[in-house]
Design a protein around this ligand. Structure first.
Ligand code: NAX
Length: 329
């Protein structure tokens, strides 16, 4: 048996947590021969609910689950963490401005960054899911001295999966036929699902779907507004698809990307594609099997795409400005 991997999940008693933990514990994340230890982090009022989830995890008798630590203490929760999935955050409530939300969550992610730096394993990698995930990731990264910036990611894979599903339905093909779909920018309503570079069975989407008006209009807005549409229909925000996307993201970051393709994840910009250095922005990324990744260079950006990317990056700049007091210089 291999040594256990320790995975920290914050917000573990929440609805994404509930859809995520059992898949990780059953081997759905790291494979059928990799034991995992789960560090489950919650706030004090949710510890009772977390206790119930832990009972259920135990009742599954998962062969690969080597242990569970349930805690509200960040130093304990990030102890020896190899992967930290930061899912928990405070939702926007009625009357709350976006700036208030950024500030409240910012403080949470400041503390989590510090606890990661103090307690996590040397090889820790961090995926932020809790919204606003790009800026929460920016805050965590800037408050975790000693952890290299290339170990921080924010999730835009759910958006990529949503976009692929929309294109597949329109083209009348299976979703696996869609590749090279990049989400650019922020995980928000300004994100840009780039259909101009996407392929259907190696053919350009624009050559297969002869409806540029739909691609520029309804397609983009459907992907941007999909979270709200799910809340409308389900009465609760996306959970299983979000947990699935978190698993897809980590698996993509641990395995070689298929030849010629890429995946979407928000990473710390080095200035690629004119995106300000230091912002956590979604871009096309390729990974090697040893976990080394790089932003794909040279992707064609036409004027339409350029203006869409700029709109989303401009929002990321504003968010960074709103939390500048939480980013040590
Ligand atoms: P829930 O409200 O069901 O669960 C959140 C959990 O986080 C709660 O149990 C709460 O007690 C816990 N929590 C709050 N503050 C915490 C803290 N300081 N430390 C540890 N735990 C804390 O939300 P859920 O539906 O699970 O969504 C979680 C987050 O994912 C939300 O911010 C949501 O907006 C975000 N999402 C991000 C997506 C993405 O693509 N990046 C898509 C899905 C989802 O909307």
């Amino acid at each position: 048996m291999k040594d256990s991997i320790t995975v920290t999940i914050t917000g573990a008693a929440g609805q994404i947590g509930y859809a995520l933990l059992f898949r990780i514990a059953s081997g759905g994340l790291f494979g059928p021969d990799q034991p995992v230890h789960l560090n489950l982090v919650e706030i004090e009022p949710a510890m009772k609910a977390l206790e119930g989830t832990v009972m259920e995890l135990n009742d599954c008798a998962f062969p690969l689950l080597s242990g569970i630590t349930a805690t509200s203490d960040l130093d304990v929760g990030f102890q020896n963490s190899n992967w930290a999935l930061l899912v928990g955050s405070v939702p926007r409530k009625a009357g709350m401005e976006r700036k208030d939300l950024l500030g409240i969550n910012g403080k949470i992610f400041t503390l989590q960054g510090e606890a990661l730096a103090a307690n996590a394993a040397d090889d820790v990698r961090v995926l932020v899911v809790g919204n606003p995930c790009n800026t929460n990731c920016l805050i965590t990264m800037n408050n975790a001295p000693g952890i290299p910036s290339e170990r921080f990611f924010a999730m835009t894979r759910l958006d990529e999966n949503r976009a692929k599903s929309q294109l597949a339905a329109k083209a009348g093909v299976h979703v696996s036929a869609i590749s090279n779909l990049c989400i650019w920018g922020n995980h928000s309503a300004t994100q840009y699902p780039d259909y101009t570079n996407a392929l259907v069975d190696k053919n350009r989407v624009v050559d297969v779907i002869d409806d540029e008006e739909w691609l520029r209009g309804e397609f983009i807005s459907t992907v941007q507004q999909r979270g709200a549409a799910i809340i409308n229909a389900r009465g609760a925000s996306s959970a299983a698809s979000a947990a699935n996307a978190a698993i897809d993201t980590v698996r993509s970051l641990c395995n070689a990307t298929p030849e010629g393709d890429w995946t979407s994840v928000a990473v710390c910009s080095e200035g690629q594609y004119g995106i300000d250095k230091g912002l956590i922005a979604s871009m096309p990324v390729r990974c090697e099997s040893d976990g080394v990744w790089s932003v794909v260079e040279g992707v064609d950006i036409d004027d339409f795409s350029k203006s869409k990317i700029e709109e989303s990056v401009s929002e990321l700049r504003e968010e960074r400005e709103a939390v500048s007091d939480l980013i040590p210089s």
